[in-house]
Design a protein around this ligand. Structure first.
Ligand code: UDP
Ligand code: MG
Length: 326
């Protein structure tokens, strides 16, 4: 009787899913696993948990490490992609396979401190939030030029888009099941999570913390990769750039009208002096440049639309822990 009661009590525990995207993290993974275990052990009384590692087409021994972990521990699951699909796809896949009442996304490099997990759970359970997100308040150890561009990016995108995108927000975030389902229902191929999290709404608590250096391996983001990613973000969550052509067109119409008046006035007053072709050449080049720029913006949106209409899968699986456990 007592045993049964004990069992029932255990099964009423809520399930916490930890989603971990991994690209070439063989060095960091064992450390990550060990550190998270330390925290999870303290939560065992109240929560069951599962860890879903998503191997995003790693070229090193990441998959071997994951196989070994899954063999050792029932709670470890993994998904292995057929190639690198990007962190966004990895997060989506992880959330799609997560069964938990709460889902948390964590990087494998321990830049997302596991020590915050109990605090996050508390905010969801007791304070009634739907999600708890984290943001870095310092960018220590980052090249200053990168920090500068990052700040600029947040300023620009928040002006251009209705969606709130928090400066310094990490992807380290714990969510209730309703919010996870909402995010999964956004089936777009070009995923920009920072925007998606904002777009779905729900009440979010922000936990600030100091930047932590990664424990092993190196960052997968070069400056240009980040730059391209920020453009993706703007295209995905704002249509303001599309109206740039209209605004510039209006501006140049007004300017040319004014110049016509100036030229007529000058001719009437001073006769018709020949010359001025260099300025003419400059103007033609300038306006030509502006036109190409606007065409480029339209092309960007068109290419995104084109890719969305193809409805390609966001990721392809090669192996999961299920096949191995059979
Ligand atoms: N990552 C991934 N696929 C990618 C790039 C990164 O799954 O194409 C993972 C990576 O293994 C790590 C997390 O995403 O767990 C964050 O990557 P990283 O630490 O390189 O980014 P940073 O913390 O420097 O922004
Ligand atoms: Mg990192």
């Amino acid at each position: 009787m007592e045993e049964r009661l004990e069992k029932e009590k255990k099964e009423s525990r809520k399930l916490l899913s930890i989603v971990v995207p991994c690209l070439n993290e063989e060095a960091a993974l064992p450390l990550f696993f060990e550190e998270t275990q330390k925290v999870l052990v303290t939560l065992r009384e109240q929560y069951r948990y599962e860890m879903i590692f998503v191997d995003d087409g790693s070229k090193d021994g990441t998959l071997q490490v994951l196989r070994a972990l899954a063999e050792k521990q029932q709670e470890v699951r993994y998904l292995s992609f057929s190639r690198n699909f990007g962190k966004e796809a990895a997060m989506y896949a992880g959330m799609e396979h997560a069964k938990g009442d709460y889902v948390v996304i964590m990087d494998a490099d321990l830049q997302d401190p596991p020590a915050l997990l109990p605090q996050m759970l508390q905010a969801l359970e007791e304070e009634g939030y739907d999600s708890v997100a984290t943001r870095r308040v310092s960018r220590q150890g980052e090249p200053p030029i990168r920090s500068f561009f990052a700040r600029m990016f947040y300023k620009i995108i928040n002006r251009m888009s209705d969606v709130d995108i928090m400066d310094g927000a990490r992807d380290y975030r714990m969510m209730r099941r309703v919010m996870v389902d909402a995010i999964l229902s956004m089936g777009e191929y070009n995923r920009f999570s920072k925007g998606i999290f904002g777009w779905v709404g729900y009440s979010t608590k922000w936990l600030p913390y100091e930047n932590v250096q990664r424990v092993a391996g190196e960052t997968k983001w070069s400056f240009w990769k980040l730059f391209a990613y920020s453009i993706e973000g703007i295209v995905a969550f704002s249509t303001v750039p599309l109206s740039i052509a209209t605004v510039m067109g209006l501006f140049f119409c007004a300017l040319s009208f004014f110049m016509v008046l100036v030229v007529i006035g000058k001719t009437l007053l001073f006769g018709d002096p020949v010359g001025g072709w260099p300025s003419l050449a400059c103007m033609i080049l300038f306006v030509g440049g502006v036109q190409l720029f606007c065409l480029g913006i339209m092309g960007k949106y068109l290419s995104k639309t084109y890719l969305e209409t193809k409805k390609r899968p966001k990721y392809l699986l090669r192996e999961t822990e299920k096949e191995r456990r059979r």
